[in-house]
Each structure stands twice: as C-alpha cells, then as structure tokens.
Design a protein around this ligand. Structure first.
Ligand SMILES: *Cc1c(COP(=O)(O)O)cnc(C)c1O
Length: 422
C-alpha cells in the first residue's frame, strides 16, 4: 500500500487514475467527476454546477442531499441499522403494508437491487409452475432486467449476453406490444410473462393499454403469472405509483387490472440501495420458509428511509408535480421535434420518464452513436441526462424537480438542438 497515493491532493485526473488502476473497467464512463449534490443540482470537482435530470438513472427521487432522507438516515442509524431477517422489526412490515396498499392485496419481499428483485420473480415463476413441469418465462425484446446470470438471460438484448454463454435456459423472447406474438410464444412449459410497463433501457417505450389488458386476459386463460418489472418505471415516476396504473387510467377495464407480481428498486429508498417484489395473493405464500432469503433485504435503515420517501411524496404532492411538469417537458420536446425533426426524431414517455430520439446524420457527431454524443453536449452546457441505447436520451429527474429547473433544462436542450440543426 503506497501511502502517498491515497493521500495525494485530489484532482479529476488523480481520481480517474485511481479508478483505472483499481476498479473493474465494466462501465463506459463519462468524463465527469462529481463530488456533491443539493436538490436537483450536482457539482463536479472543478466547482462546475450541473442540473441533474438523470437522477442517478431514476434513483434520486427526492433529489440530492434531501434533508428528509438525511433525517431519516441519522435518526434510524441511532436506533437500529441492521438486524437479520431471522428476527422481526417494526419498519419492514409497515413498509410492506404501505406498498401493498398502493398495488393490491399481496405480500412483499425486500432485496437490495433491481436484478435481485427480478431474481425473486423468476424463482416465483418456477415455484408456481413446478408441479406441472412449467418453468419458462416469456420476456420482451429490448427489455432490460439486470445483470445477474438470470437477469441477462431474461433481458431481450444480445449485447448483455455476449461473452457469458452458456445463457441460463428457461426464457423466450417476444416483440413488445405485440399480443399475437405473446399468444404464439406460449408453450406447455410456460409459467409466466414478464414485461416492463415502460421499457427503460430499450428506449423509453410504454406498453399500450390494449397490450396490458390483452396479456392479463391471456395469462388468466392459460394460467400464467403476469409479472411487471417496475424497477425503473415504478415509484410514481410516470405520475402514478406504477406505470401500468398510469397507462390504464380512464381505460375501460383498466381499473380492475392487477399483475400477479411486481419488482421494484431504483427510487424505492431515494438512493439508499433497496429492491423489493410484490406478489399477489394467494401466490404471496408460494415462498414458504427456507425458499428465499437475503442478508440485507428490508433492513431497518433502508425501510425507514423508504417510509420517509413515501411520506414526502404525499406531503409535497409530488405526483401532481410529476404529472404537470412531465406533460410540460414532453410537449416542449415535441415542439422542438416538430421544428427540428432532423435532430429530434421522436419523443416518448410518461411523467418524469421521457425519452427523445436523436436522428441519424447529424454532421457534428461524425457517425458516432448520436444519443451519447447529444448527452456529451448537455454535459458541456451543465445538464445531466442518461443515454438509452444508441439514439435515445432519457430524462429521469427527481420527483421534486422545480418548474424553473425544468425550464432551465429545456432551454439548454433547445439551444443544443438549434445549434445542431443549423
Ligand atoms: C435498472 C434496472 C434493473 C436492474 O436493477 P439493478 O438495481 O441495477 O440490479 C432491472 N430492470 C429494469 C427495468 C431496470 O431499469
């Protein structure tokens, strides 16, 4: 251990070098070193301020350094941080009750990440179908379900599987929003269908109401579990607790739609790692004692913070904020797209999950993937957003983004669009 290396004055260069030497290079990282945050702003090591409309990829639901989260964290850390799941504690049951109250009669299991929450769903499907020899889970092309071995098997994108073969068996892929394809894919081995309500990594594509209602009917007829990966699109981001609730709002038959299982993570505890899945009764009792477990899941600290996030979402009317501002941001982007279709080809999404697709052929991008290139321009102008695939830029801001912050972000985007168009 070379002492002077870790105590050397920190510069962007030295921090990047520490990563290059010591951290597995599995990420394509942007050239940004972030050191602190407040609300929807973060600062880099040189003191430059950025408006964060990426929210840590849909994680920081109350923004950065939220005083509410700080208070919940400090209070809980003085009371009880961790006890094993072989004991009871007051916070987990309370959180489970509140979350089920937002979905439907069912039971919760708490984990630490989205991939791990989804693992629970694959295991649920297998347990459910086991006695009939059914095990297969149908998922969608362009989906994303996490980076564990089963997660990359479930994900309908070849790029996450490459180099990790043999891929775990038991998954079958169908085009998204295509009900006929779902019908055709069902085999005697099928146990479940798993989809995202809004595909996130796949380019911000919402499910259609007909697709959701059709899948529900199909799963009922064929006795399959309908499972929703709500890791990114859940947690009020679309202007309802879960995205299917938003998509089916006002749609005949929509109010009685309930999936059989839902996975969550990202925003659940506003930045404290936490995942969870909900299972509709009676299937919530399929995981009998000894069949599923985790050390850290549902720890008092994470549960206390998640309870606080729920409280603040209500107290500060954040659902209304997401709906109003989300609609405004989307309509402004659509206006830019109509004006400059050669830069913004399409706009999609709901609430604070908005994607805009950058066109091919933008000269300044010299044939490189336009999504990340556009994001680089945003960074230069002091705005953070998240690329999705090669062409889409995602806005996933904190649920408490203020109107003037949204206006500032839109102004930056518009100036980049105008510059690229000319
Ligand atoms: C991020 C994400 C995951 C994986 O979550 P991790 O916490 O990174 O394991 C799974 N599904 C969807 C839809 C996601 O967006």
């Amino acid at each position: 251990m070379k002492e002077q290396e870790s105590s050397a004055p920190e510069s962007a260069e030295s921090i990047k070098q520490l990563f290059q030497k010591n951290v597995v290079p599995s990420y394509v990282r942007f050239d940004l070193v972030l050191v602190r945050g407040k609300g929807s702003y973060v600062w880099d090591i040189n003191g430059k301020r950025y408006l964060d409309m990426g929210g840590g990829i849909a994680v920081c639901s109350l923004g950065h350094s939220s005083p509410d989260i700080t208070k919940a964290l400090t209070q809980q850390s003085k009371t009880l941080v961790h006890v094993s799941n072989i004991y009871y504690h007051p916070w987990q049951g309370r959180l489970a009750e509140q979350l089920s109250g937002l979905i439907g009669p069912g039971k919760m299991f708490f984990s630490n990440s989205g991939a791990e929450a989804n693992e629970g769903l694959y295991k649920l499907a297998r347990k459910f179908g086991h006695d009939e020899g059914r095990f297969e889970v149908i998922t969608a092309l362009n989906s994303f379900h996490g980076r564990t071995l089963a997660g990359i098997a479930a994900t309908g994108q070849d790029k996450v599987k490459k180099g990790f073969e043999p891929i775990m068996p038991g998954f079958r892929y169908i085009p998204y929003n295509d009900l006929e394809a779902a019908k055709a894919a069902i085999s005697p081995a099928t146990a479940a269908i798993l989809i995202e309500g809004v595909q996130g990594e796949g380019g911000v594509t919402p499910a259609t109401p007909e697709y959701l209602l059709g899948l529900r009917k199909l799963c009922d007829e064929k006795h399959l579990l309908l499972m929703m990966d709500s890791v990114q699109c859940g947690y009020f981001r679309t202007g309802k607790f879960l995205s299917y609730q938003r998509i089916l709002e006002g749609v005949p038959g929509g109010e009685s739609f309930t999936p059989d299982a839902v996975s969550m993570a990202k925003s659940l505890a506003g930045g404290i790692p936490m995942g969870a899945f909900w299972v509709r009764q009676p299937y919530g009792d399929l995981f009998t004692p000894g069949t599923h477990a985790t050390t850290f899941g549902g720890t008092p600290l994470a549960c206390a913070v998640a309870l606080k996030v729920l409280e603040v979402v209500q107290r500060d009317h954040l659902v209304e904020n997401v709906r109003e501002q989300g609609a405004h941001i989307k309509s402004e982007l659509e206006r830019m797209s109509r004006k400059h279709p050669n830069v913004i080809r399409a706009v999609r999404g709901l609430g604070f999950m908005i994607g805009f697709e950058i066109a091919d052929g933008i000269q300044a991008f010299e044939g490189k993937a336009p999504g990340p290139q556009f994001v680089n321009r945003m960074h230069e102008a002091g705005l953070l957003a998240i690329p999705s695939g090669t062409h889409v830029v995602r806005l996933l801001p904190a649920l408490n983004l203020r109107p003037r912050e949204a206006a500032q972000g839109l102004k930056i985007i518009e100036s980049i669009v105008s510059e690229l168009a000319s």
